[in-house]
Design a protein around this ligand. Structure first.
Ligand code: 2AM
Ligand code: CA
Length: 250
């Protein structure tokens, strides 16, 4: 394992332990929006990850959901989501994770996604397969929509919700089951290991998907991103096992 991935895994695990320790405790809410919540713990967890990474790589950049740090012009960028699935976390639904990826010269290189409630660590290095708790995993072989379990996410704006609902309506008739689970990073980790066959969402941010995108692609899955209609720094995503006929959906 590369030293960079070792650090990524250690930081993700430590962050996940902090989340597990505070799970179902009285949480300090920084911001409560119609369809989103920001917790003090989002910020604290990112600070922990930032400290661990910059202690080893003080010249690198940190791009996190909760802010930026380090040398921002560095060609080595760590893309961090301290809690992916904050709404689940706040409501005591045990499906959320920590996601950390390393991007060098604009290319995703490695990453880890840690689900602290399941104690599952997904990881992908500079080379080699995606692993879960150290064992190689791969996407499913299901090639027909009628066999597929597809997870769909709804975003925040009315426009993106309307688009998502329309897509959901069409998809629901064709697939075996749909799921709405609330963590983009875990949706991708689940595709990378064959638990889910596809994930479609109208509007996600890079930190939600950086590590998971690499995990899916490394196993031969496909992740198509499209520019979001409503926000410049967000994208739509269609991710799948590489076998389903979803290449033309965007
Ligand atoms: P979060 O928990 O880190 O905010 C739920 O559909 C997924 O969308 C989660 O992965 C969630 O990540 C993400 N998400 C929540 N708010 C978002 C926003 N404003 N823009 C993009 N993605 C968001
Ligand atoms: Ca988050």
């Amino acid at each position: 394992m590369s030293p960079e991935l070792e650090l990524t895994i250690a930081a993700a695990r430590e962050a996940g332990e902090l989340l597990r320790a505070n799970y179902e405790s009285d949480l300090v809410v920084d911001e409560m929006k119609a369809h989103d919540i920001k917790l003090d713990l989002d910020v604290k967890t990112q600070e922990l990850i930032t400290d661990r990474i910059l202690a080893t790589f003080p010249d690198h950049a940190i791009y996190g959901e909760e802010g930026i740090a380090g040398k921002l012009d560095s060609s080595s960028q760590w893309i961090v989501d301290p809690i992916d699935g904050t709404v689940n976390y706040f409501y005591g639904i045990p499906h959320f994770c920590v996601s950390i990826a390393l991007r060098e010269d604009g290319e995703l290189k490695l990453g880890a996604i840690y689900d602290p409630m399941m104690d599952e660590m997904y990881a992908v290095d500079y080379e080699g397969p995606t692993t879960r708790n150290g064992k190689p995993v791969s996407p499913s072989n299901r090639a027909e929509l009628k066999q597929a379990v597809v997870t769909i996410g709804f975003s925040k704006t009315k426009e993106s919700m309307d688009a998502g609902l329309e897509r959901y309506r069409n998809m629901a008739y064709q697939v075996r089951k749909t799921r709405m689970m609330g963590s983009a990073a875990l949706a991708l980790a689940y595709i990378a290991c064959g638990r889910l066959d596809a994930y479609i969402e109208e509007q996600i941010s890079i930190w939600d998907i950086a590590a998971g995108k690499l995990m899916v692609e490394r196993g031969g899955g496909v992740v198509n991103l499209s520019p979001s209609t409503s926000s410049e720094d967000k994208s739509g995503i269609v991710a799948f096992n590489g076998k389903l006929p979803l290449d033309n959906i965007s």
